[in-house]
Design a protein around this ligand. Sequence first.
Ligand SMILES: NC(=O)c1ccc[n+]([C@@H]2O[C@H](COP(=O)([O-])OP(=O)(O)OC[C@H]3O[C@@H](n4cnc5c(N)ncnc54)[C@H](OP(=O)(O)O)[C@@H]3O)[C@@H](O)[C@H]2O)c1
Length: 515
Amino acid sequence: MIEERDAQVQRGNPLRSAVDKRLPRIAGPSGLVIFGVTGDLARKKLLPAVYDLASRGLLPAGFALVGFGRRDWSKQDFEHYVREAVEARSRTKFNTNVWNRLAEGIHFVSGAFDDDTAFDRLATVLAEMDRSQGTAGNWAYYLSVPPEFFANVVHQLDRCGMAHPGDGQWRRVIIEKPFGHDLASAKELNKVVNTVFPEHAVFRIDHYLGKETVQNIMALRFSNQMFEPIWNSHYIDHVQITMAEDIGLGGRAGYYDGIGAARDVIQNHLIQLLALVAMEEPTSFSPHQLRSEKLKVLRATSPTGPFEETTARGQYTAGLQGSVPVVGLRDEEGFDPDSETETFAACTLEINSRRWAGVPFYLRTGKRLGRRVTEIALVFKRPPYQPFYPDQTNLLTNNAVVIRIQPDEGVLMRFGSKVPGVGLEVRDVNMDFAYSEAFTEQSPEAYERLILDALLDESSLFPTNAEVERSWEILDPILNFWAQQGRPDEYEAGTWGPASANHMLEKDGRVWRRP
Ligand SMILES: NC(=O)c1ccc[n+]([C@@H]2O[C@H](COP(=O)([O-])OP(=O)(O)OC[C@H]3O[C@@H](n4cnc5c(N)ncnc54)[C@H](OP(=O)(O)O)[C@@H]3O)[C@@H](O)[C@H]2O)c1
């Protein structure tokens, strides 16, 4: 059964379809209901992504977009709101014909998540659209809502029969992170969701997996011959995975205070990047094969201790971002002045497999750091012998392959080269591939890719419940340790984190990259 499904999905697999422009994947008759449509994520990302898909001709003729929210809006009010979001943020140029076609299928249902009659009305609207719009009973429900409402909405969908497809129809649920705040709550959430929607109908969004550059990790590793033979502990000294942001947290207290950097970024984005970099080659990119390989490597992954030395945690204080003075976290609007929430988190993970034993994976993320960058750096061992005088190579560091996820998407290789002149001095040089220079096509936004994949039932780029739970199993011991430690260390805004983060690597004779 799984093999048959794999074979079907393989025909439209992520890597093949990303390059084969002659075979665009167009969603079949279907509609999308967005819960939390008045929120930040919907306005900035989801609605523009839906328009971009429409404008690329990737949505079916009778596509329906239904918003559910507490505002007392008419269809026209909602249409106006969607149009504003699209004009402000869509990637493709606004086109009146595309808009008019999309607007025909736009509807709004007003209500709160505990309002049974509102959900009954929603069920009536969807049934009506199945007849008038041709959505054929195929609906995806996007839960762009605070996590405490996931269970509520799922139960309401169940109660009104909206979670259960008729013959030849489908119903899917798309869930935004965070998937729990620890292993126990993630299990509880998965249980609630899976009692209503079978696992194959659950699409958990980790928008990092929708990024072209993240999918390029698979292309780089498995479509080339030159990398894979050296992608192991014989050649690689250590791996650094960094997601650094220069912005602060003003205005995001409601979501962030009490959550912190590790839960917000390491549990999902960074551990997913580790899985893609470290997994074995899947036999295909079908959902089953790809996700089994990721899960296998995650099962071999564990945190390295002792955590006093192998992890670091920090909170930004006032400083300069560029040349602009900024306040510390505790003075940000909405934050508890005694907040112990970390805005910087770093940890050391190890992978107990033949390929990776002895290679530390250092993960770090933070707000108000030196610059915005996400990258994976594979740092190689030194050659066993170098026939140079020491002063000829003292400016040479370890070779590295750096996969830049954002911005300046691309791949960089650092290696030694002779400095021109009569001597034999060797120094680091960079060979740099930039997406923006190599390709004329613009990358689609991650949310475009992921919404389309959910409509197409292509689940390769969505983490499974098992992956989510395993990620928490990896992180929970570190979070429990930190919970006993009181306040995080401090670091000045605009720097690269607390001194303890540097110590983490220095004790191993290594240093963090300064991207
Ligand atoms: N923003 C991002 O970039 C981002 C990134 C990754 C993940 N996420 C996740 O995505 C989800 C949405 O994020 P967001 O930034 O859009 O949040 P947000 O701006 O706070 O919006 C939350 C949405 O939920 C609605 N809502 C809240 N309580 C409700 C209730 N009782 N009944 C009906 N509607 C209710 C709000 O409606 P009202 O307008 O009526 O209050 C609003 O539409 C969250 O789970 C978040 O963790 C967001």
